[in-house]
Design a protein around this ligand. Structure first.
Ligand code: TRP
Ligand code: SF4
Length: 400
């Protein structure tokens, strides 16, 4: 199997909260142990919507990195970097813009949706229209194969796949491609060469995905193959030309069950969040003032947990025994709402405590954080440069 590479980014537009933790971050932390991972601060993407409030981005870049580290994103297992520190993203964005039909961008659903939703801002800008293409450049420059994103971002990954396909179609068609591919097959040796041909035929005639995967694995395993020949063999498998850019797949982030303080999804725009670095007093106060089942006006009124956002907290943090206690105590009016909330408060505080301790350590040591990011930027840049060398060459820009 080809080795997967994971890439994801987050816009630095505010402090991270428990919704981010239970959705995105816990997923990243799991992925970093399974795959090669790159995670980056999408500061340019933040500018597409916050171009008139750059201080918001400036304030949140380092804070967001601290939140990631505190939550458990581990620089030993994942490359952490900042988009604008790898300017190759911008170069690829420009080059890809040459082959991007305007209609493709205009039809991306987030384009009109966000313009309507954020109607207080003028988003009829070139940068905002190009948002998905910049995202494509982020992904394609690392030849990432898996992109963990929320549901709303899936169209951007689809768009990225189409851009990669178009690029390979236009620039992978070098003169004499068929002959060069045949020569590359001979370099596999007679046994492997025959197997490659057999798998290719099987895939092309019957669409057998397993044959495609097996042939890709065969190419990945082959030592001493030049990059050009590898791309030819990969491209020849599916027809077309060289496969220079890799089509990524979306990996849907499992939905966070963490409710907001009002029972809606936890989100900054609903003003119902608990920040990762919220003080314990503020956490306790926020949970104590959470709304409950409106039927429980007095302590003696029975209630129904299904009509209460506090119950959702218990579904995240409580075991069966405590959930039974809530169900019975609420329906039978044998517990009060504050009593019911207390284990929720304790659980949130217990979860936040180690995160906040780590955050404090990083916050006290800005040099450490900057070094982690500098290191990550350097690693990312090395990968990005390699891709750009190929892209420039394919687009006729490798003048010597
Ligand atoms: N658009 C993403 C979001 O709003 C952030 C992002 C930018 C991203 N570039 C990316 C995510 C590349 C994944 C891959 O959440
Ligand atoms: Fe909600 Fe608990 Fe009060 Fe029932 S007892 S209304 S579940 S806070």
């Amino acid at each position: 199997m080809a080795v997967e590479r994971v890439l994801s980014g987050m816009r630095p537009t505010g402090s991270l909260h428990l919704g981010h933790y239970h959705g995105v971050l816990k997923n990243w932390i799991k992925l970093q142990h399974e795959y090669e991972c790159l995670f980056f601060v999408a500061d340019w993407h933040a500018l597409t919507t916050h171009y008139d409030t750059p201080h918001i981005i400036e304030e949140n870049v380092w804070e967001m990195v601290i939140d990631w580290l505190a939550a458990g994103v581990d620089p030993a297992n994942a490359t952490i970097f900042i988009q604008s520190r790898v300017p190759e993203h911008a170069e690829l964005h420009t080059l890809l813009s040459m082959i991007t039909p305007l209609g493709w961008l205009e039809r991306v659903p987030t384009y009109k949706d966000q313009q309507e939703k954020l109607s207080s801002k003028d988003l009829s800008t070139y940068g905002f229209l190009g948002y998905p293409l910049l995202q494509s450049a982020d992904i394609l420059i690392y030849k990432a194969t898996l992109v963990p994103v929320g549901e709303d971002q899936v169209p951007h990954i689809e768009f990225t796949r189409e851009i990669a396909r178009r690029f390979n179609h236009i620039y992978g068609r070098e003169p004499g491609f068929e002959e060069k591919a045949a020569a590359a097959i001979r370099k596999l040796g007679s046994k492997r060469g025959a197997l490659y041909e057999e798998l290719r035929t099987r895939y092309q005639e019957t669409g057998d995905d397993e044959a495609l995967e097996a042939a890709r694995a065969l190419i990945e395993e082959q030592q001493g193959l030049s990059l050009g020949d590898r791309e030819r063999l990969l491209g020849f498998l599916e027809g077309g030309g060289k496969m220079i850019l890799v089509e990524p797949e979306a990996r849907l982030t499992p939905a966070s069950r963490m409710p907001g303080l009002d029972g809606q999804k936890m989100s900054k725009s609903y003003n119902n969040t608990i920040a990762l670095r919220e003080s314990p007093d503020a956490v306790a106060k926020k949970i104590k003032t959470m709304p409950t089942d409106p039927a429980r006006i007095r302590r003696t009124d029975p209630g129904d947990p299904l009509r209460c956002p506090v119950w959702q907290l218990h579904t995240v943090y409580s075991d069966d025994q405590r959930r039974d206690w809530v169900q019975q105590g609420c329906k039978g009016a044998t517990i009060g709402c504050l009593e019911c909330k207390q284990p929720g408060i304790d659980a949130v505080l217990a979860e936040l405590q180690p995160i906040q301790e780590r955050a404090a350590q990083y916050a006290q040591d800005p040099t450490l954080v900057k070094n982690i990011v500098a290191d990550g930027c350097e690693k990312a840049r090395k990968l990005a440069r390699e891709t750009m060398r190929e892209v420039r060459e394919a687009m006729g820009l490798a003048y010597s």
